[in-house]
Each structure stands twice: as structure tokens, then as C-alpha cells.
Ligand binder design. Structure first.
Ligand SMILES: C[S@@+](CC[C@H](N)C(=O)[O-])C[C@H]1O[C@@H](n2cnc3c(N)ncnc32)[C@H](O)[C@@H]1O
Length: 244
């Protein structure tokens, strides 16, 4: 299991700020599974769309890693003014091909840099997409990028899962990452496909620390979208951060 310690080497790590490299990296996940992505995540968790509608408070909303629009399109259909950041051009093409897709505002790039104008009442990132960022440094940078984009009462909401069933990968490099490899075979209309994801896990304590150093504080932590309170041991958490 991952150590629950903050990354002490954080400030001395080489920064990951080379934009062309970062953009190329941000495309990798989506390009690798776009063909069958909609077959991996078929459903929508109960009350997820309702809750995001509620949190949007009728103002602008931003999704990090908008993908093929699994959640953004139902939100847009409910009248939410939603924009997205997406690293994979093929994911964007899929999204554009769906009803309502052409009119969504999608910026292509790495969401750790999120080059988009705020303010947003709600910025959210779902299904452990945050753990696709390569290191705690990059995750920290994402918090710092998001914080100034929030309106005064805005919220940054992350849905993350414990990497159960994923394999810890030894990483003794200077970044001291808590890396996991999740693998599964997905049955697609074109036959079975190997789905592989590399995750850089961060504990709830590490996330709270990253948030604080970006000027955000934890407002609530839930264990599902119906707002069941989170206690350690739950397999997922929905963390809501507000301006400190
Ligand atoms: C697990 S999918 C989630 C898609 C969508 N949010 C959903 O809930 O179905 C992650 C998405 O984030 C995109 N992505 C991953 N890392 C990214 C990054 N650093 N910057 C921008 N997009 C990224 C992937 O291409 C993919 O579309």
C-alpha cells in the first residue's frame, strides 16, 4: 500500500513545465483507449449529475479531462454552462460527434496548466482522472492553476478512488511518486482490448495539503454523490475544496 506521507522532495524536484512535452503527455491516456472508452465507463453514478447541477449554482462550470462528454453532455442538456479541458484530440473528436458536442467549449491541453479564463463556480475532475497527472508536483501545480479560476464562492471537486486491484510500481526516482498500474481486459465490439492505466496516487491528507498550499481548504468529503459522509476505508471520496 502507498505510504501516507507528504512528498518531502517536492520543492527540489525538477519542474514539469515544458509545454509541448506536457501537451503530448496529456494526450496519452485518451489516445490509448478512445476506441472503447465509452465501453469502460458506461453508466453514471446515482445523483452525480443532479449534484453537479446544484453545485454549479447557475454559473460557469469547468471539467478537467472532459473526455467524450459522458458527464458534460448531460450537464449541458440540463442548461449548465460547461467548458472542458482535454488533452486527447481523439477524445474531443468523439465528444464533438455526439448530440450537443459541437457547441461545447473545449480547450485542448494539459489540465495541470488549464489555459482558460475564469471565473467558474465549479471546477471538477472525475473518476481518478486527477491521478493521471504524473507526479505530486504536477498535481500540486494543478491545484495552483485551478484556485485562481474559481469565483469567490467557487468549489473544486475531485472524485477519486482507492487504487484497489492496481499494482504498486516501484519508483525510487527523485520524484518519489506513488505509482500504480491498473490493468483490465475490456470486451469491446471489436473484440477484447487491454486497458492499462498508470496512476500517481495521492492520499486524502496529501490532497488536503496540496489544496492548502494553493489557498483552498476542504469543505466537505463524501463517499458517494448522495452525500454519504466519508470515513477512512471508503473506496472512493468526493472532496469539495473552497477558497480558504
Ligand atoms: C478517465 S477519463 C474521464 C473522462 C470524463 N471526465 C468522464 O468522466 O468520463 C480521463 C480523461 O482525461 C484526459 N486527460 C488525462 N490526463 C490529462 C491531462 N493531463 N490534461 C488533459 N486531459 C487529460 C483523458 O484524455 C481522458 O479523456
Amino acid at each position: 500500500m502507498a505510504e501516507d506521507k507528504p512528498n518531502e522532495a517536492q520543492d527540489t524536484n525538477p519542474p514539469l513545465t515544458m509545454h509541448p512535452q506536457n501537451t503530448e503527455f496529456a494526450a496519452q491516456y485518451g489516445e490509448s483507449c478512445v476506441e472503447y472508452y465509452d465501453q469502460i465507463y458506461r453508466g453514471i453514478a446515482p445523483n452525480l449529475v443532479n449534484r453537479l447541477c446544484e453545485l454549479s449554482a447557475g454559473e460557469r462550470v469547468l471539467e478537467l479531462g472532459i473526455g467524450t462528454g459522458r458527464i458534460a453532455l448531460p450537464l449541458a442538456a440540463r442548461g449548465v454552462d460547461i467548458s472542458g479541458i482535454e488533452g486527447s484530440p481523439s477524445m474531443v473528436t468523439r465528444l464533438r460527434g455526439k448530440p450537443g458536442g459541437p457547441s461545447l467549449n473545449v480547450v485542448q491541453g494539459n489540465f495541470a496548466d488549464a489555459e482558460i479564463e475564469g471565473p467558474f463556480s465549479l471546477i471538477f475532475v472525475l473518476v481518478s482522472t486527477f491521478f493521471l497527472l504524473r507526479s505530486h508536483d504536477e498535481q500540486q501545480r494543478c491545484f495552483k492553476t485551478v484556485a485562481p479560476l474559481l469565483s469567490d464562492s467557487g468549489l473544486f471537486v475531485l472524485e477519486n478512488f482507492e487504487p484497489l486491484g492496481a499494482m504498486p510500481i516501484a519508483d525510487n526516482g527523485p520524484l518519489k511518486r506513488q505509482l500504480y498500474l491498473a490493468e483490465q481486459v475490456v470486451e469491446t465490439v471489436n473484440g477484447p482490448r487491454e486497458y492499462r492505466v498508470r496512476l500517481c496516487y495521492a492520499s486524502t491528507q496529501q490532497l488536503d495539503k496540496m489544496a492548502l498550499s494553493a489557498g483552498l481548504r476542504l469543505r466537505h468529503r463524501w463517499s458517494n454523490w448522495q452525500r454519504k459522509p466519508y470515513t477512512p476505508g471508503h473506496l472512493m471520496h468526493i472532496s469539495e475544496y473552497a477558497k480558504a
